[in-house]
Design a protein around this ligand. Structure first.
Ligand code: ARG
Length: 584
């Protein structure tokens, strides 16, 4: 089997310098080598930046060194022999410029070619993570914010999965709340004669619109609720019946959720996002075993979505026991008839039980966090929503810390992170509305390549930005084949594939090609870029920033484009320039 990668390039360089630093300044304990890629490639590939900091620390104390340059020179002199490093030079202030060995680089790349990209996965200090993303609200509009969450969340999940982290993809759909009374009553009104579970009824509702089957339905029922007091009263009674677990209401609720989910599924399929679902029914009064805690009795009926789709309703039965845990720690206080958890540094406490005794968004999130940490044993829980919810998550995390579920040090595992993103703006600078552009795309337009290009464009345009900023939705810019766009990346990729296709029969033949040589400067630049892939993935995962990977891919595409424009592409039969071959 393929060898695991172990350390990535930067770590490997750091290890060599660590040895040298230990010899150079033996009295400095636990000194971390400061290694970074060279800003200016004329100086080298990487640099070691320790000398200056050391100089200010040991100036006058260690008479062996009279300047930071001398420290830099000593660091180079004390380097252990390494096949990886070709040469080093010491610059001003003792910066050590490092040039990697062409031979070593070529060999590493060849090994990757033979064993596959999986062997380059970085090692992350986390084995299982929850990514909570997409999470639209049933019967309400699935808006562009949910689209952003879907794209960013799916990308983060993929990044972690590549890095051998087991990812539990959680669609925290809003499938619970008082709006269901109104929807259920309207549902009964609209389909009086039909069996609500019939495919016909579902079909009728599904046909309303593909992106949000319930948008029109929600609006209509809200209108009725606001204008008809008799209906309003019935709707309010329906909530009570639903929460009491009455069969008829429970069934209608499940049906409404099901129709919405089918709508979401279409969106996920189009985007190539996986959030499949399995549904299991649990009856009213079922005993559920809780981790390191007694038992909970479900006081609501509920649907059970074991994996991977677990909406808000899934956590209902856990809420009382989880709130009890917080109460036992003395964290829950009474305030104006509600139960709250005061949060240090916040003026407003976290409300966990409303005045009317009902639970809310926060109680559900506390139960979900507890469940994910204790039942699912996730070490990293990542929430992808717009930045507007930052405060909410800060309060949840802070309560969890006080309860002792999370360590006080936010860099320690288990860890909870809120991944916030900005708004999507239209070209008019206002909030982007899907409606304004949707008309321009007909079903026929969206086939084959057009689909790959357009979905790629939309995803990439979102991901390449630092996610916390707002971004303007502009198709012309997204589809520009010269700028930093998905189209440019796909174009570079297609050209490389075409070269490979014309050079070799299949991947096995490609693997036999070798040894790899990095003779031309453009080849070497591309080689170095490839070798940096693992450390880039690690950085992107650690910071939860897909834009780090986008920037890398853009640079990689530029390197590849430069290479096939300037260099001859070697063929076994002889050397031809790619242009001569008519490949380009
Ligand atoms: N349904 C929420 C919304 O549309 C997002 C849920 C995010 N996840 C969570 N665990 N709170 O705003």
């Amino acid at each position: 089997s393929a060898p695991a990668m172990g350390l990535h390039l930067k770590q490997k360089i750091a290890k060599v310098f660590e040895e040298s630093l230990r010899i150079t300044v033996p009295y400095e304990l636990d000194i971390e080598p400061a290694i970074a890629p060279c800003q200016n490639p004329d100086f080298g590939d990487y640099q070691c930046n320790n000398a200056m900091g050391l100089w200010s620390k040991i100036k006058g104390k260690d008479t062996l060194f009279e300047s930071s340059e001398l420290i830099g020179e000593a660091i180079v002199k004390n380097l252990p022999p390494s096949a990886m490093i070709e040469s080093c030079s010491v610059g001003q202030n003792g910066f050590v410029n490092i040039t990697l060995s062409n031979k070593w680089m070529a060999k590493s790349i060849h090994e990757m070619l033979v064993h596959g990209i999986k062997t380059w996965a970085p090692e992350l200090p986390c084995k299982r993570a929850v990514v909570d993303f997409s999470s639209p609200n049933i019967a309400k509009e699935m808006h562009v914010g949910h689209l952003r969450s879907t794209i960013i969340g799916d990308t983060l999940a993929r990044m972690l999965e590549y890095s051998n982290v087991e990812v539990l993809r959680r669609n925290h759909v809003g499938d619970w709340g008082t709006q269901f009374g109104m929807l259920i009553e309207f549902f009964f009104e609209k389909f009086p004669s039909k069996d609500i579970s019939s495919d016909q009824a579902i079909g009728d509702l599904e046909n309303l619109t593909w992106i949000s089957p319930f948008k029109a339905f929600y609006k209509a029922s809200k209108l009725r609720f606001d204008n008809n007091p008799v209906f309003k009263e019935r709707a309010q009674r329906a909530v009570v019946s639903l929460q009491a677990g009455e069969e008829k209401y429970r069934k209608a609720w499940a049906q409404i959720c099901e129709i919405s989910r089918r709508g979401y599924e279409k969106v996920y399929q189009r985007l190539g996002v996986h959030l499949e679902e399995r549904v299991m029914l649990l009856k009213f009064g079922t005993r559920i075993k809780l981790f390191n805690h007694k038992y909970a009795i479900s006081n609501d009926f509920f649907l059970f979505y074991p994996s991977p789709l677990q909406g808000e309703s899934f956590y209902n039965p856990y809420i009382p026991a989880v709130l009890k845990l917080l109460d036992e720690k003395g964290l829950v206080k009474e305030s104006e008839g509600a139960c709250v958890v005061p949060i240090e540094g916040k003026r407003i406490p976290l409300i966990v039980v409303k005045k009317d005794g009902g639970y809310n968004y926060a109680s559900t999130d506390l139960a979900a966090l507890w469940y994910r940490l204790n039942e699912e044993r996730a070490e990293w829980i990542i929430y992808v929503t717009d930045v507007g919810q930052r405060e909410h998550f800060e309060m949840i995390f802070s309560a969890a810390k006080r309860a002792g579920w999370l360590p006080a040090d936010r860099n320690k595992y288990p860890k909870a992170s809120h991944v916030g993103f900005g708004l999507v703006l239209g070209e008019d600078g206002k909030r982007f509305r899907t409606r304004s552009k949707a008309k321009e795309w007909t079903a026929e337009e969206l086939d084959g390549t057009a689909e790959a290009v357009s979905y790629g464009a939309v995803k990439y345009a979102d991901l390449k930005n630092n996610r916390t900023t707002n971004y303007t939705f502009n198709f012309d810019q997204m589809l520009n084949d010269k700028g930093n766009t998905a189209v440019y990346l796909q174009y570079a990729h297609a050209r490389i594939c075409s070269i490979i296709k014309r050079s070799v029969k299949d991947v096995d033949e490609l693997k036999k090609i070798g040894p790899v040589e990095l003779a031309h400067p453009d080849e070497r630049a591309l080689g170095l870029r490839l070798l940096q892939f693992p450390e880039i993935v690690e950085e992107a995962c650690t910071k939860l920033l897909p834009s780090v990977i986008c920037e890398y891919l853009y640079n990689l595409s530029e390197d590849a484009t430069r290479l096939y424009t300037n260099c001859q592409v070697r063929k076994r039969a002889g050397s031809y320039s790619a242009r001569q071959q008519g490949w380009l």
